[in-house]
Design a protein around this ligand. Structure first.
Ligand code: SAM
Length: 436
């Protein structure tokens, strides 16, 4: 498993926006396809064993597993990431029609006007004319790619990989118009009050951005190698919450994933613009942030799962730290993270068959010098399910979010984070601990 470290794409930071043509979509915290290949090579799951990723991100696990012939399922809470992951999966049979469809989309499209755009979430950034243009182009994608769901949720769930491909091109076209709204923290996108956006765009600019984005993404797919149609059909990606997996017990033999880290990255706010393009408004964003594991907000769902020794010790150390807000905000916020992880691991345990393999990649972090050994926290948490940790490999990561965020604590900026690969084998039926 030597291919893990070093895959950390800039999300919104122009400074890091170098190898654009080699990336599917700007995204951070992803692992390399070679890493997933190495893991599968090592584990050698049976071909009828499904592979699960409950935190899909940009979809690396699923595309690699399916290309090796495995049924691959996964979910992500962030609908923008579901579209990003789906769009990467266009197959050979559809790739050849991309240019024709692009021209068909651009041949006849009309801006949306009037009251339909007055409370459009895009008006956090764009004036009403700009909102109408972007909304009109999105509606045209729906029309050409036959997406007739009226709700943003329905549209994301039913979106084909081809439609998602064009939505990713639209994300790219729109976000590139908002460079001034990016901050030094790549997961934070500023915006005005709804209805007060003042970015003006011209139709030809949006059209040429869209054309260029479609061509660049098509080039990426060509270089990466489009999937065969039969491979694509092995993949099932849905929007959903890892705390309630929509799968039957023992549905998968292998789980390969990278859960959210304890770094209070706001994956939802980082994709506010993409979510607005999909039609998600402020109340949807609030609700997604509440459900997101690792969110900086407080007040999410409480869990009754035990958190394990390492997490409890870390929480006790944070609570008793004398810095401002340590006990009032940081300790409850970190507790919420561990509760989300504990519920998700319980679900992972339920849907993984006894004796199955679970491979998780996590990164450590620090709070004011207190070390959070997340790998140990997860290992302790998993003992209640009878999982056996067969291997832990630690690597020094080349970059962390904290190093980009100038407001992060100096320790977090100077110490290189450790990335750990944990390999567990879930309990064989005879070893499953009795529950009360
Ligand atoms: C570290 S990233 C996964 C990266 C992925 N392995 C890749 O290669 O791109 C973690 C993902 O978990 C998602 N997430 C956070 N909370 C979630 C939840 N409750 N349910 C499902 N996904 C969640 C985030 O949206 C984010 O995409």
């Amino acid at each position: 498993m030597n291919h893990l470290v070093g895959v950390w794409d800039a999300l919104h930071s122009p400074k890091l926006d170098k190898s654009r043509s080699d990336r599917w979509y700007r995204y951070y915290a992803g692992f390399a396809p070679e890493f997933v290949r190495d893991v599968i090579d090592e584990i050698k799951p049976d071909l009828d064993d499904g592979v699960l990723d409950p935190w899909v991100g940009s979809g690396t696990t699923l595309s690699v597993a399916a290309s090796l012939g495995y049924r691959a399922s996964g979910l992500d809470l962030n609908p923008a990431m579901v579209v990003v992951a789906k769009g990467r999966l266009i197959a050979d049979d559809t790739r050849s029609s991309v240019q024709t469809l692009r021209d068909e989309i651009l041949r006849q499209w009309r801006p949306v006007t009037g009251s339909a755009v007055s409370d459009d979430p895009l008006s956090h950034w764009f004036d009403f004319g700009g909102c109408g243009l972007i909304r009109g182009l999105a509606q045209r994608i729906d029309e050409v790619l036959v997406l007739d769901h009226l709700t943003p949720d329905g549209r994301v769930q039913s979106m084909s990989s081809l439609a998602a491909f064009f939505y990713v091109a639209l994300f790219d076209s729109v976000t590139s118009l908002l460079k001034d709204y990016r901050s030094s923290n790549p997961t934070w996108v500023k915006g005005q009050k709804i209805g007060s956006g003042d970015v003006v765009i011209e139709r030809p600019t949006l059209e040429s951005n869209f054309k260029a984005a479609v061509d660049r993404l098509a080039m990426y797919v060509k270089k990466a190698g489009a999937l065969s149609a039969s491979t694509r059909d092995l993949i099932d990606i849905r929007a959903g919450n890892s705390r309630r997996l929509p799968f039957e017990a023992s549905s998968f033999g292998t789980l390969i994933s990278s859960p959210p880290y304890l770094t209070r990255l706001d994956y939802v706010v980082g994709h506010r613009v993409e979510l607005a393009v999909l039609g998600f408004g402020d109340s949807d964003i609030r609700s997604l942030r509440q459900q997101m594991i690792g969110t900086p907000t407080i007040g999410g769902v409480i869990s009754k799962q035990p958190l394990g020794n390492a997490a409890n010790e870390f929480l006790a150390a944070v609570s008793s730290h004398d810095s401002y807000a340590a006990a009032e905000y940081y300790a409850p916020n970190f507790r919420q993270y561990f509760e989300g992880m504990a519920d998700s691991l319980a679900e992972a345990n339920r849907v993984t068959r006894p004796g199955g393999n679970i491979v998780l990649v996590v990164q450590d972090s620090r709070f004011k010098g207190i070390h959070a050994d997340l790998a140990q926290c997860i290992a302790d948490m998993s003992t209640q399910f009878g999982w056996v940790l067969t291997n832990r490999s630690d690597f020094t990561s080349i970059r962390s979010m904290a190093q980009v965020n100038s407001r992060a604590h100096k320790d977090a900026r100077t110490l290189r984070p450790i990335e750990s690969v944990l390999h567990f084998v879930s309990a064989a039926p005879s070893n499953i601990p009795a529950t009360e």
